[in-house]
Write a protein that binds this ligand. Structure first.
Ligand code: WT7
Length: 656
């Protein structure tokens, strides 16, 4: 169990929402929240059915709500038919065709706005382009693109024709891309020539070329390239196609493909504690419903809002709160190509001012780095348009919360600290800002109908403010359906027998005297670096594939801005470096190696060398000891089961 529980418990500040906010809120006051909770408790299925009927335009209405007969392979609204893109676009054409859907701000500050009418036309046209390549319902399409209007079009176009997209974050390496293309058996890749970030042009197409050359990608027959930068690219006439050539002359209407509610909308790869990344598979109907109700409840969405979620579409946040949720609600939203610190750390605040953003959703790691690089900068901008702030990705420390609240939100805007995961599809535990008071560092209470609880190792619920495993006791519409191609890994990982049918989230948490949830961290060996999930195993495998390395163990240690830093303990095939210069040189080689293998986000912060690693007599690496060493703590734990205690002394020191 993480030890941070102490400091968190000392947090006693409580912030009531202002009356003015409560009065206008979609869910106004605790009684309204509780009424929804009891509706869900009394008739769970009918509750979700009501919401699904109210929020989604069904092509064919559903009769069955929840099918648990093949649990944990749950099905929701399975005999209903819909199209997600229809619900995000066509639905708005009659009521608000000229409303701005996307306000795109490029890295260089150029702004392009596009209405729902235009977005619909462009999605239809690109959907026709996909069809012209014979891409069909159920086919997998990998998307490897920068933040752009085009990436939203690509995702929506896939949804329109029933193709299953798998977005790979543009910061991932060619190897990661290769693994994902192969695992999904994708038939097409949509990419760009390059992306711009922080004033620099960064090529994307070469990574696709490299990924395809690594093998396992024979199913790929089309690589569609959006020309963003105009840089030179290698061209493979066999499958490469320019986006603009492909759409040329195609009609701007395209009948949506009606799919069953359980039809997979997308696969999104995420890190687990062991082995290869897992392809989290989401549904169409249940997923869409989750994004919509959370927009309504947690973001208190109003048609007049200017919504801005800063997440990249490469992460689930950018799926649920960029590509789908806001569009399904008919919102106007900002999307941003660049980085928050360029040209300076006031970029976010300037954009909030320029675009009159009302709802701003970002990650604690971004908040911490902006505090450090320019804690006073928000005061130089007019942030009076803001009415609600959000946080996601990792626990937000109370100090960062207070800065966000007072300096950015000017003590006027509630903060919604939203706990959820790639696997849950939408917010699970988060304040409904017009209903409940917030406490810095707590994600507060579950959304109505989300049966979150804390249990012990035996799966029994714990009360009285004890910590334990966070679980969700009943299936909910937006939950993961399976791991692509690996039902067993899904069943074992998320529904282990001890949990008695509950979904095991992989986090530890505790509840305070008001029932508020406080997330403590992961229970598995998954790191959270700048809000991104990284599996220690993946980094270890990448290191082990370097010819210098015999063995490696990866742990996290607290980092002021990134949340966690990556510390690696390495045993070389040759002898351990004895002087600082050699250690530094090999460190650099290995850091670059990991960066190339997995992408810059996985680059280790620190490497230590040893003749061996601390192991039990059965040969298991004792990670808890390594974690303590990484933090520079004295080892007070029991080391009697350790095979080679002397090694600890060696690993204590960073050679420099
Ligand atoms: C893990 C999921 C949710 C979308 C982005 C990350 C941690 C996420 C919070 C929060 C404390 C949080 C958990 C969770 N996490 N949000 N508000 N407070 N921890 O999605 O990469 O699937 O990561 O992120 O550990 O399990 P993800």
């Amino acid at each position: 169990m993480p030890t941070s529980i102490k400091s968190v418990l000392q947090e006693t500040r409580v912030f009531q929402p202002a009356n003015a906010f409560v009065e206008q809120a979609n869910i106004s006051g605790m009684a309204a929240y509780q009424a929804l909770c009891s509706e869900a408790a009394q008739n769970y299925e009918e509750y979700w059915a009501r919401l699904a009927r109210e929020h989604i335009v069904w092509h064919k209405p559903f009769n069955t709500v929840l099918d648990e007969s093949r649990a944990p392979f749950y099905e929701w609204f399975a005999d209903g038919e819909l199209n997600v893109s229809y619900n995000c676009l066509d639905k708005h054409l009659a009521t608000q065709p000229e409303k701005t859907a996307l306000i795109f701000e490029a890295d260089d500050s150029q702004v392009i706005k596009i209405s729902y009418r235009e977005l619909h036309a462009r999605v239809c046209q690109f959907a026709n382009a996909l069809k012209s390549r014979n891409i069909q319902k159920g086919d997998r399409v990998v998307i490897y693109m920068p933040m752009s209007i085009e990436v939203v079009i690509a995702m929506q176009a896939c949804a329109r024709i029933g193709a299953i997209h798998s977005v790979v974050f543009g910061g991932f390496s060619s190897r990661s891309l290769n693994e994902r293309i192969e695992n999904a058996q994708a038939c097409a890749v949509i990419t760009a020539d390059a992306q711009f970030r922080g004033g620099k042009m960064m090529p994307l197409k070469p990574a696709v070329d490299e990924a395809l050359s690594m093998g396992g990608c024979d199913a790929v027959h089309s690589v569609i390239v959006y020309k963003r930068a105009g840089n030179d690219v290698q061209w493979n006439a066999k499958h490469d196609l320019w986006w603009h050539d492909l759409i040329d002359g195609l009609p701007c209407t395209c009948e949506p493909e009606w799919v069953g509610a359980e039809h997979p909308l997308f696969i999104l790869y995420t890190s687990g504690s062991t082995g290869k990344p897992k392809g989290v598979q989401h549904s169409s109907g249940g997923y869409l419903l989750g994004t919509m109700v959370s927009m309504q409840w947690v973001f208190d969405y109003k048609p007049t809002d200017i919504f801005w979620c800063t997440a990249d579409v490469g992460w689930v946040t950018g799926h649920s709160y960029v590509a789908y949720g806001p569009l399904a609600m008919g919102a106007t939203q900002v999307i941003f190509e660049g980085v928050p610190t360029w040209p300076d750390a006031g970029r976010f605040w300037k954009m909030i001012q320029d675009h009159q953003v009302t709802t701003f959703y970002t990650a604690p790691t971004a908040i911490r780095s902006l505090i450090k690089l320019g804690g006073e900068l928000p005061k130089q901008y007019n942030l009076s348009s803001l009415r609600l702030l959000g946080s996601v990705g990792e626990p937000i420390n109370p100090d960062a919360w207070m800065w966000y609240y007072t300096v950015v939100g000017q003590s006027r805007c509630p903060i919604v600290d939203t706990w959820w995961q790639t696997e849950t599809g939408c917010h699970m535990i988060a304040p409904l800002p017009g209903a409940m008071a917030t406490k810095p560092g707590s994600c507060t209470l579950p959304l109505p109908g989300i049966m979150a609880a804390i249990v012990n190792e035996a799966g029994d619920e714990v009360h009285d403010q004890h910590g334990g495993f966070l679980v969700i006791k009943r299936s909910f519409p937006s939950q993961i359906r399976t791991i692509w191609g690996n039902d067993e890994r899904y069943r074992k990982g998320y529904f282990p027998e001890e949990m008695k049918g509950a979904y095991l989230a992989g986090d530890s948490a505790h509840r305070d005297e008001d029932g508020y949830f406080w997330i403590l961290g992961r229970i598995d060996d998954v790191l959270k670096v700048s809000g991104h999930r990284l599996g220690t195993m993946e980094i270890e495998s990448a290191l082990a594939s370097n010819s210098l390395v015999a063995e490696a163990a990866v742990v996290g240690k607290p980092h002021e801005i990134k949340g966690e830093a990556i510390v690696v303990f390495v045993v070389l095939k040759g002898s351990r470096p004895k002087d600082a210069a050699t250690a530094k040189q090999i460190s650099e080689i290995l850091r670059e190696w990991v960066s190339k293998e997995l992408g810059p986000i996985a680059k280790p912060d620190e490497i230590r060398f040893g003749d061996n690693l601390p192991k039990t007599r059965s040969g298991k690496i004792m990670r808890r000891l390594l974690r303590a060493l990484a933090k520079g703590e004295e080892i007070t734990q029991d080391i009697s089961t350790l095979e080679n205690p002397a090694i600890l002394e060696q690993l204590k020191h960073v050679i420099q």
